[in-house]
Design a protein around this ligand. Sequence first.
Ligand SMILES: *Cc1c(COP(=O)(O)O)cnc(C)c1O
Length: 443
Amino acid sequence: MKIDRRLREVDPEIADAIQGELNWERETIHLIPSDNLASRAVLEALGSVLNNRYSEGYPGKRYYGSQEFVDRAETLAIERAKKIFGAEHANVQCYSGSPANMEIYFALLKPGDKVMAMDLTHGGHLTHGSPVSATGKTYNFVHYGVDRETERIDYEAVREMALREKPKMIVSGATAYPREIDFKRFAKIAEEAGAISMADTSHVTGLIIGGVHISPLPETDVVMTTTHKTLRGPRGAMILCKEKFAEAIDKAVFPGMQGGPHDHENAAKAVALHEAMQPEFKEYAEQIVKNAKALAKGLIDNGLKLVSGGTDNHLILINLTPIEAGHGAFAQKALEKANITVNKNTIPFEPSSPFYPSGIRIGTPAMTTRGMKEGDMKEIAGFIATVINETKKYKLPEEKTERNACFSRFNKEIDENSTIRKVRKDVIALSRRFPLYEGVSYV
Ligand SMILES: *Cc1c(COP(=O)(O)O)cnc(C)c1O
């Protein structure tokens, strides 16, 4: 068993899968707002020998010996995280956003305590107390949403709810909300209500670092962010908090919820933070928003309806109810056939269901990474509108048992649709103008 053979030689099936993904990423308009394209430097750290170590504990206080280099990498990640956010304390060991949120609740609450957070169908995350999540099963979540008219957070309504409900913690942050969130105002509301303020900035961390959006710090007690979304790092998360919560947070992460840290991932987080400290990152963050606004305008100009009428961030929610409630699945599939990757999503006050939702969620972080600008967004808006137009005649059958048959007929027809085939050609041509990971190959 030699360990220095290349992947292609050892496992051609997996090499094929990875090469397939690379080819696909190169020829696709990738609009899933939670996705991004990490740099080769980040991917190199991720694929490094730091994967080989066990290092339970924290830098300088480990349960295993010979941690000089692991400590060096994790300390760099911690110092950079504190500096970039202006945070008093950082824990960079969180495996991902979902466990990190649970770690915060575990550190600062008791089972059954009341927590206020944004409703899932209004843009909140599963780990903000959805009944199907361990968070919702363990803690007593009450949810705020967006205003029915404006489809934006009504801060005065949130304040009134906080004073009425007296929660132990108030969570701000969302996963499908196209407007800027005033994290500082949330911290103020929490303070007034005597609650701990927690901000989950996962989606917009890159925008905050780039100075485009309001930072929750230094006012907010605890902040959680994933590292792989607009921050453009490895999959993972970190927690930033005030010094008074540092010990509780560190204990909740390890040994509370996790074992050995993923040292390769933490080194890659340090690389991503280093990249985010460069002046180009500010330009990147600004361009993400410019692109999203141009894309939103293009979609509206093509007759599509957007939740809240537009965007302030990297994300857009298309409301497809003018075609039909529950149309999201048709639109997602047809766009996929045209090499445009999006995800179906619920909209506020969803009239259909999460599996057949009425919205499409798109975003600009990945395509901005590839170097696309406002003009490209206008072109993409045209592609999206053309494809969605082709799906209009398909309606979701009322009878659940008829849905599978309807979708197989739809799939077949969409496959042969000449308009969609033409868009696909144009998408590939546009995508190829922005080379990705040149020279990388698993063949
Ligand atoms: C993505 C996301 C998470 C969860 O992160 P995972 O790494 O997927 O577990 C938590 N909160 C918000 C707001 C998110 O957008």
